[in-house]
Design a protein around this ligand. Structure first.
Ligand code: PMP
Length: 394
């Protein structure tokens, strides 16, 4: 049997991580993998997570199964965090999932179950896992223009034009904030225009929100998702706790199915529980429990929000200093977009050849499409990167 297996394409990011590890140069800089790193290059456990884990260790007296959709208290807490009071809780079906990836996977499965004809419109580019999971599930992915190579902002005209080709019932996958891999985001006026178009054409939004708190703040980063959820008849929202709680390996996420028709909720909820059962039965609980404890405890929540804000501001600071240094060295404003981008990533917008040159000649590791993890930088490495970018003729 096993001899019939075919080799699968290697994950490019993981291959890059390995190449970085194997590189003996002292001055190498890792801007590859998508985890937050502090100025010492460490991905720390947040204080509030440690405190919640300590409390959990003392208080938890059973590891028995929870529910198929996870603990409802986790869903309630996360719905509050993502949606605020934009939608009545009674209209939302929700299930805990293994990370945001699990939430996306379950969302795609639900789409395929509900409407096998539906195509999923994805930004060009998007997080590569979107494409590979869609392909794996046999769902047709349709790219819509998103990144403008000239301005390094959003090609909004192209995006709207492409979304106009969607048919009623098609799904539009949108990044709630901090677009991965580009860092370029719609403003709220543009979001409203996309909502109007989706309403007009009967399209179903799916929002992937994996970086709430990394862009403009916890509330601001959720604003677009809320704008969508309160206006459309139905939508799917896949939320990840990996980044904003720093609990990557705990696999913590939530899929929400929002409907303006409260009568629909039970069916949505039961479907989400069914889908969990088919794929892995009970979702992981540890991370979800920590998140619930933090969000429901004023002290822990304030501590968490403060630390997250420090993380956000440190990335904004790095963006600004990189843009300033590039301005100084290149004598032009063509890198100003780096300070306008939001979240952990920016697409530099250069060719694979230049990306390879940066790696080979300067020990700078970024993804082949020129995505840089801004959190891979610190005050020492910003000038080194800026000089390499200019010297390499980017
Ligand atoms: N969506 C996007 C756009 C992401 O960048 C990520 C993280 N790389 C995820 C979802 C999900 O991450 P996780 O499964 O680790 O929660």
């Amino acid at each position: 049997m096993f001899e019939h297996l075919k080799a699968q394409p290697a994950d490019k990011i993981l291959a890059l991580m390995q190449a970085f590890k194997d590189d003996p140069r002292d001055r190498k800089i890792d801007l590859g993998v998508g985890v937050y790193k502090n100025a010492d290059g460490v991905t720390p456990v947040m204080h509030a997570i440690k405190a919640a884990e300590h409390r959990l260790w003392e208080e938890q007296d059973s590891k028995a199964y929870v529910g198929l959709a996870g603990d409802p208290a986790f869903a309630d807490a996360m719905i509050g965090l993502v949606l605020g009071d934009s939608v009545a809780q009674s209209n939302i079906g929700a299930a805990a999932t293994p990370g945001g990836t699990g939430a996306c996977r379950q969302a795609f499965e639900l789409i395929r179950m509900a409407n096998p004809e539906a195509r999923v419109f994805v930004s060009d580019p998007t997080w590569p896992n979107h494409l590979s999971i869609l392909k794996y599930l046999g769902i047709e992915a349709m790219a819509y223009r998103y990144f403008d190579d000239e301005t390094r902002g959003v090609d909004f005209g192209g995006m709207i034009e492409d979304l106009k080709t969607a048919k009623p019932g098609d799904v539009v996958l949108l990044h709630g904030c901090c677009h991965n891999p580009t860092g370029a985001n719609l403003n709220l006026t543009e979001w409203q225009a996309v909502i109007d178009l989706m309403l007009d054409r009967g399209l179903v939004p799916m929002i992937d929100i994996a970086y709430q708190g990394f862009g403009d703040g916890l509330e601001a980063d959720a604003a677009a998702t809320r704008l969508v959820a309160e206006q459309v008849p139905e939508c799917l929202i896949a939320a990840s706790c990996s980044k904003n709680f720093g609990i990557y390996r705990e696999r913590t996420g939530l899929l929400m199915a929002v409907s303006q028709d409260a009568g629909q909720r039970k069916l949505n909820q039961d479907t989400l529980a069914f889908l969990n059962r088919q794929n892995y039965s009970f979702p992981p609980d540890h991370g979800a429990r920590l998140v619930t404890m933090i969000l429901n405890d004023d002290g822990l929540r304030a501590d968490w929000a403060r630390e997250l804000e420090d993380v956000r501001l440190s990335m904004l600071g790095l963006r600004q200093s990189l843009a300033d240094e590039l301005q100084r060295l290149s004598g032009s404003d063509r890198f100003a977009f780096l300070a306008q981008h939001r979240g952990m990533f920016s697409r530099l917008g250069t060719t694979p050849d230049k990306v390879e040159k940066l790696r080979a000649d300067y020990g700078i590791y970024m993804i082949g499409d020129s995505r840089m993890n801004i959190a891979g930088l610190n005050a020492r490495t910003v000038p080194i990167l800026a000089k390499a970018i200019v010297d390499a003729g980017v």
